[in-house]
Design a protein around this ligand. Sequence first.
Ligand code: ADP
Length: 327
Amino acid sequence: MRKITRVGVFTSGGDAPGMNAAIRAVVRTALHNDKKVTGIYHGYQGMIDNTMFDMESKSVSSIIQKGGTVLKTARCMEFKTAEGRAKAYENVRAAGIDALVAIGGDGTFTGAEIFSREFDIPVMCIPGTIDNDLNGTDLTIGYDTANNTVIEAIDKIRDTAASHNRLFFIEVMGRDSGCIALNAGIAGGAEAILLPEKDTAIDELIEMLAHAADRNKSSMIVIVAEGDKNGGANNVAKRVHEKFGYYDTKVSILGHLQRGGAPSSADRVLATRMGYAAVNELLKGNTRATIGIRGSEMVTTPLEEALSKKELKLNEDLVEIAKIMAL
Ligand code: ADP
């Protein structure tokens, strides 16, 4: 088995609350096993630019409660080229790094898989994205926090909506995945939820809203995932308003506030378990895989497999429950 003396850790792609807790767990687990740790700033860009530094236990003090990522993150086009990756590898080798932990989404995983194969360097990935849209895990780091942020917003909007008898369209993140919309919609008691995975015709939506209006609801909330096929909350609101004038209509686009904030307890623990597992898997000789959670168990899935299954299925039970709860 290959000897590992120094682990490099970085965050890449979209940031997510809980990434810091994962970094902390990687650093402390590696140090516990007498390995050295290098932090790489700005993901793959930092490998190319050589922005790396030695990490000690105190480098990760008091970060578990912080949103964002202390290692910063970036999207790096140069890493998609063979020359860019060669430059990155030169710097990684020169720093004495002989294994990597990559925290990010599927773009980050793709880069890690290619890099590991090209230069035969062990890599373990940790799923960090609020979208919960990765294969190989039931949950990604940041998803729970984002859901909590969204329901807090829905609750607040509900207060004002009910005071004015308003119909609100709230747009949440999720270009391809309706996970946040569906979960936060159920938790926030939404009257309807529009998901990228489902085609909901405007007339069908109006029918649902008219049905709710017949029961003299004082407010109505429609959650629209940004990837919904009708084209986002503004478009949906406009089209509904043209045909359905019963309520005063407003739109609220939550945007990037869903990415920030202190990670929830669930995300901190998940990230800590994943960081711990990532280092231990590398030390056991596992490579080119992603850490995941299935039920309450930590598992690994080869990156090739995790990246090849593109279709993630929406939980149809939840879709049905959401409809029944809105009756
Ligand atoms: P996420 O990891 O959140 O999905 P991105 O899709 O932006 O975010 O990917 C993060 C980074 O991973 C990219 O900026 C790029 O540097 C690297 N990456 C993505 N796809 C590839 C690829 N096909 N080859 C090499 N690197 C890639």
